[in-house]
Ligand binder design. Sequence first.
Ligand SMILES: [Zn+2]
Length: 259
Amino acid sequence: MGRTRILVWLAASGVRQGEIVVLHCFRDPHRGWVPSPAAPLVAAHASGRGREVRTGDLDMASEAQTGSATVCAASYIDPRTGLPAGVAIGARADDAGAMAIARDVTESWMAVMRSRRLLLCNGRCGSGCPRIDSSDVVFVVGDAPAEEACGSAVRPEHPRAAATHFVDERMAVAPEWLAGRRDVGAVLGENVRATLVRTLISALDGLGPVVVDPCVPRDGGVGIQEPSSVDAKGNPRHRVPVSGRQSAVARASSPRPTS
Ligand SMILES: [Zn+2]
């Protein structure tokens, strides 16, 4: 899928002074509507750089138009579905600093788009979980992971002890943590919320196809499931604005070229 990655600048409008907008979804002239399930990671990474960060949607200008805002967008084609996914940030066209942030953050996430395995462990398989030990990077997931739950990940003799990171509701994940890493271990804290786990799985799946490999039963209490067509809020992953949905349906169901 790496060869399908592209970075484009798109015209849009609706960005307010002093902010940047991390998009849930954007329209690429060649790929159509592109969902961005990784938006929570992108928004967290974009914060603290001198602009308010808003997550939402923008009016995307048609190709012939120019907008008051510009969107830096990176996308790839998911080989499982043939559908695009990506990340995108909008900035005012008259705010060079914001545009630089949009480009820097978008490129950072584009650089780590690849297929991955997500090795999920709830810590109940005992210390020295082989899945976690073989991971390239380990995320300890939850607000306050129980000692025993994260023990296997953070014990000093762990071969990846230097590559262990805590991830909570803020979704503060540095893209560098994922660079070149195929096998991502996730140790789930005792009281981790299912929505956090699902949001993280969905977000990682928005950076390239993720295969989830749990060492706990799928009914292990946190609602672990494969990345699905439904996001953490229960919305369809490939939700698109009405006009986009109509054209997508037209493309999918009709052999006629659409105007
Ligand atoms: Zn395990």
